[in-house]
Design a protein around this ligand. Sequence first.
Ligand code: FAD
Length: 324
Amino acid sequence: MILPPFELHNPNSIKEAIEISQKVKNEGFDYVSGGTDLLQNYKNRLNVKPHLISLKNIKETRSIQNFNIGAMVTLDEISKNKTLQKDFTGLVEACSQVGSILVRKTATIGGNVLIDNRCYFYNQTPFWRTSLGACLKAESDTCRVIPQKEYCVATFSSDSAPMLVAVDAKYELEGKNGKRIVESSDFYTHDGIKRNFKDESEIITKIKIPKTTANLKTGYEKIRVRDTFDYPLVSVAAALKIDKDKKIENINIVLGAIGTYPIKNEDTTDLFKGEKISNSMIKEISEKIQKKAQPYNNLTMPVSYRKKMVGVLCKRLLTRLTDS
Ligand SMILES: Cc1cc2nc3c(=O)[nH]c(=O)nc-3n(C[C@H](O)[C@H](O)[C@H](O)COP(=O)(O)OP(=O)(O)OC[C@H]3O[C@@H](n4cnc5c(N)ncnc54)[C@H](O)[C@@H]3O)c2cc1C
């Protein structure tokens, strides 16, 4: 597929990028970092804009300092960072399972937390979409998964975001109205079209990880069709706080690729607080989360299989984290 025409802007600072965004906002624009998600969609003629503002030359967002990760840091750099490997293993596991090595060398963390939601009826060529009449997120006014015209159920497919939500990470944004910091767990919406509460002019500049993450056991598991290449079909991120006697202080479990946003399981967080973790507790927690999970029928694997895998991945991950 050939890219459609667009005008590419190459600002050298956040300030300059925002200024350009304001000049071209009436014609329409997208920010682009690695382009590994956005440009695939452009090739499929999905929501193409006439202006692309590249964040590639902006040096201020390219480093990892004291658990603050610049938005333009690549997933490959995160996977190889020694501090994160030791103190935030779950993020390293999540980032090192995104796409392929070629993708991870270009893909950024800022782009990863903002990727477009995915759906069998959306991520298709224009020819495929025309033959069926497209969907609510593309050219039609009707959802093909749940026929209705109100909301989109395209699946949230970022690998890093569920892990970031599990440790209560924050996103730093800068836009036409200045800077703000938002909780990752409050950032995403239930609608697969709107996706998040970012203002159009805002750029994610940093991912801020709480220092307390270093005291947690974190991990990430995902199912995909091809283990060397694909987006998640189900994923589970866990952040576990247990004391030296293996007594539970806190368990945060967040599901990815099940709904339209990263799903936090709050009813299992304190379920066995103060008790020594055991296999039967892990089984009970996993079964509870599996029972509640309701994947939409919009990715390549059947809903029943994906639902079952929620329980399997939870159990596998909690057992691994407890044994380590
Ligand atoms: C073959 C293949 C396999 C893939 N597999 C996976 C996978 O398994 N898991 C997964 O999570 N992803 C996957 N991806 C998608 C993508 O590669 C990653 O999500 C990547 O991290 C996106 O980052 P990027 O820098 O390329 O984002 P871009 O494509 O540049 O941008 C993505 C979106 O974020 C916006 N954006 C980017 N950076 C900023 C910023 N700093 N501030 C504001 N807006 C911004 C863009 O406007 C766009 O809407 C895959 C892609 C390919 C091609």
